[in-house]
Design a protein around this ligand. Structure first.
Ligand code: SIN
Length: 279
């Protein structure tokens, strides 16, 4: 495999003839590279839905998919789809987040494969939570290490959000009261495969912090959001047909840009089950 780094911080392009044909040694190397580089772009691939499921299962079993009705014949696959006629009010993934971090065991990896992309726009951005941690000073590290983050899908999938999701004609997203549940995870976690420290934060789902004076919480949430999504920790990908992107959900946040009104965009997403994040 040829590996070309995409930024000075994280992300890599991996050149491989056919990701479906990797033997066990090749696959183990791919998994290692995803953990190391956090986001990998594998261009010029061909994957039907079943082949994507097969590849995804090599990383591990599928994680549960709440609120979003999966592809009818493939319950492990979400069609991330905005039709040309859907307008620009909302797009799936259009806020900085890490997939389903409100779950007790959030997904480890996400695989996203292009089906239909707009002629321009619809890029995806990632930010490295490993780099964000690395650049903190000792005092901030000590302060953040004592904090627990409260993750909830309340402001993403509770009933009040239904009108927004219903604007996507090609996706069936069903908001319900389960979105009000909350799950606590340490703000600073140890990545289970690399052993690196990571800021496990995203503003979409982290709505409260424990272990800090209540009056400081709103300002600290705002600071964490702007710090962790600072341009120096980010990578932006312009999709091309045949692109497969695999990211480590445990050490990144991502954001799907909504700047392609009037064009169709479809990608297939699978998420791989993860473990409870540990400090
Ligand atoms: C997602 O948040 O999983 C979707 C990302 C994208 O569509 O680029």
């Amino acid at each position: 495999m040829e590996v070309n780094r995409l930024t000075g911080v994280f992300g890599a392009e991996i050149l491989v003839d056919d990701v479906r044909r990797l033997d066990d040694v090749g696959f183990a190397e791919l998994r290692r590279l995803v953990c190391e580089h956090e986001v990998v772009v594998i261009p010029h691939q061909s994957l039907d839905v079943s082949e994507q499921v097969t590849l995804s299962r090599r990383f591990g079993p599928a994680g549960p998919v709440p609120f979003i009705e999966p592809s009818p014949d493939h319950p492990e696959v979400i069609k991330v789809l905005k039709e040309a006629s859907d307008g620009d009010a909302f797009n799936f993934g259009g806020a900085w987040h890490s997939d389903f971090s409100f779950q007790p065991e959030p997904p480890s990896f996400t695989l996203l494969f292009t089906i239909d992309i707009p002629p321009y726009g619809g890029d995806t951005l990632w930010s490295s939570m490993t780099a964000a941690w690395k650049h903190l000073g000792a005092d901030r590290r000590a302060e953040l290490s004592a904090i627990t983050a409260v993750h909830t899908a309340r402001d993403a999938y509770s009933r009040k959000m239904q009108p927004l999701h219903s604007g996507l004609s090609g996706m069936n997203i069903v908001c319900d009261d389960a979105a009000n549940d909350a799950e606590s995870h340490p703000l600073v976690v140890t990545h289970p495969e690399t052993g690196r420290q990571v800021l496990f934060f995203n503003r979409a789902y982290v709505r409260d912090l424990l272990g800090v004076d209540a009056e400081r919480v709103p300002a600290l949430l705002d600071w964490l959001h702007s710090y962790t999504t600072d341009a120096r920790f980010t990578l932006r990908h312009r999709w091309s047909p045949g692109d497969l992107v695999i990211w480590d959900n445990r050490s990144t946040q991502h954001y799907a840009l909504n700047d392609y009104a009037g064009f169709r965009r479809e990608l297939h997403r699978t998420t791989v089950a993860g473990a409870r994040p540990a400090a």
